[in-house]
Design a protein around this ligand. Sequence first.
Ligand code: ZN
Length: 112
Amino acid sequence: MPEPLSAEATATLRALLAGSDPVSGALLAQIPHARVVRRCGCGCVTVDLEVDRTAVAPAPSHDNPAVEASYGAPHWAGVLVFTEGGYLSLLEIYSVSDEPISAWPDPHFIER
Ligand SMILES: [Zn+2]
């Protein structure tokens, strides 16, 4: 069953898509229409997303991942936003240590 994005995942997406470019703007507008359709099996907070395509427009053509960023100390992790057909499809966090990231770090730690 699809479930709503957690407040932490929403805050993370909002921070990552805060740019003023048209792609960020379009993807930002999709957040309220995005649902979590799958979770990563490794214990991390990575989520597969599905956007209600009848509710909101796709982003203009862009590279994938649409966003790539990392977290500063003490988190040592990276975060990626992938899209499919112009719609949010994956919010992925990865650890640079052996431990999976089991909670979204505060978006204030995001570095570009
Ligand atoms: Zn994982």
